[in-house]
Design a protein around this ligand. Structure first.
Ligand code: CIR
Length: 252
């Protein structure tokens, strides 16, 4: 059961962040209102929410998920793959230190939290443009002593592993057809997101409710069959910056 989460507020410079999308610039005011709706959804699910001050020097800093991986025993502070984002961890580490002992990744390794999917005591770590083999190795050294298994997954769709692959409860993973062939996902039931709706793979399972991006009817129809409550949120502005629902918070 997740009880806490931490956010970085959206700053006015959010349109200056990194992106590979060609969807135009996000509107700061609309980004903020979508962010507020997201915070309200998590409050409605019973979470205690810590909203951090906006950090104007870091236009991607509301995608706070990339700065850390939090588990019951420790919080791993990552060394993000994009140089422009590496300074974000200094704003997050002191906040997480109030909740967990910290393990800090070295500057020789790279990892974005968006590449780390957790299912119980298993971590699925995407090797991507942002997370490298050294990041995987350091992460494994931090978590294996706590009884976790770490599985490496090559990321070919999207920016991060969780851009398209996410656990949605009931032993089920939502993922692309390509990811579904990976042996690490063999023991799980699969819901395949079709190519046109890959963005909807970034669905969040929290306290047995699903939060999914609005506007992806095929994926929604498949998720409904799980029988869980579903909240749809407009994420148009985050999508313009390669972001989605999981990236906007650290949940623990
Ligand atoms: C970036 O390129 O780093 C940001 N514009 C988007 C990060 C999205 N984060 C995530 O999916 N965990």
């Amino acid at each position: 059961c997740e009880e806490d989460c931490a956010f970085g507020s959206v700053c006015a410079t959010c349109g200056n962040g990194l992106t590979t999308a060609s969807l135009g610039a996000p509107e700061a005011a609309k980004t903020r209102s979508q962010f507020n709706a997201y915070v309200d959804a998590l409050l409605g699910l019973g979470l205690t929410v810590t909203v951090l001050p906006a950090a104007a020097a870091f236009p991607d800093s509301h995608f706070v998920e990339d700065t850390a991986v939090v588990m019951p025993e420790i919080a791993v502070i990552t060394h993000p793959g994009a140089p422009s984002r590496q300074g974000e961890v200094a704003t997050i580490a002191p906040v997480l230190a109030r909740h967990r002992p910290l393990a800090r990744m070295s500057a020789a390794a790279h990892m974005d939290g968006g590449d780390v999917m957790t299912i119980g005591k298993r971590f699925f770590v995407g090797l991507s443009a942002r997370t490298d083999a050294a990041g995987l190795q350091e992460f494994a050294a931090f978590v294996e002593p706590h009884g976790y298994q770490v599985h490496a997954i090559d990321v070919n769709d999207g920016l991060h592993l969780k851009s398209v692959v996410n656990y949605v409860g009931r032993n089920t993973v939502l993922l692309s057809a390509e990811a579904a062939t990976h042996p690490a996902f063999a023991g799980l039931d699969h819901i395949i997101v079709n190519k046109a709706e890959e963005y909807a793979g970034n669905t969040l399972w929290i306290n047995d409710t699903l939060i999914t991006p609005a506007g992806y009817p095929d994926t929604l129809a498949k998720l409904v069959k799980l029988g869980l409550p579903i909240i749809e949120l407009d994420t148009s502005e985050f999508r313009k910056m390669d972001g989605g629902l999981t990236c906007l918070s650290l949940r623990f």
